[in-house]
Design a protein around this ligand. Sequence first.
Ligand code: G3P
Length: 214
Amino acid sequence: MKIFIDTANIEMIEEINSWGILDGVTTNPSLIAKEKTDLKTCVKRISEIVDGPISAEAISMTAPEMIKEGRELSKIHDNINVKLPMCVEALKATKVLSSEGIDVNMTLIFSPHQALLASKAGARFVSPFVGRLDDIGQSGSEALAQIVGAFRNYDTGTEIIAASIRHPMHVLEAALLGADIATIPYDILKKMVSHPKTDEGIRSFLADYEKSKK
Ligand code: G3P
């Protein structure tokens, strides 16, 4: 499974990229707003750090405007894909943008039906929001399983990004289900790397090494 980071914070992206495990980056307007920057400056900077897909979300709400905005965003760097929110206008825009070779990440996906339509329109990525489904008492992993299962039957050319990841178990579920990508917040990546028994083991190996020198 590919690992993306779900943030617009440059320091976090630089750190996780330095681990050698980062395949791409997703941003959204809320993440950009937190960094007090603008979308274009931010994704341009990210494209200088990470060699992989970078999602930049359009804020237009009609197909013609989405197409115009998507074309502009895609010019920032070859690795930029245009994130569009699932709706009829976004399907229309996806059809046009994908036919021009511009990758679309259809976001705010909450059902397999939405994912199938996005893929059919030519989306390069679909982003089911696992955590936000759990938030309202529906199973995010069940929706993800249905999307993975349905896509497995066809050569869709669309990759599934497990998004709205809230804890390490969401990452594990995404991997076990066969999601192509998980886009993971920084703090969860930090949690994934550590285990109390690893820390304990390192401490005891170092202590034994110090003893052996005496
Ligand atoms: O980037 C989209 C998605 O991952 C948002 O996550 O935690 O705001 O539901 P969250």
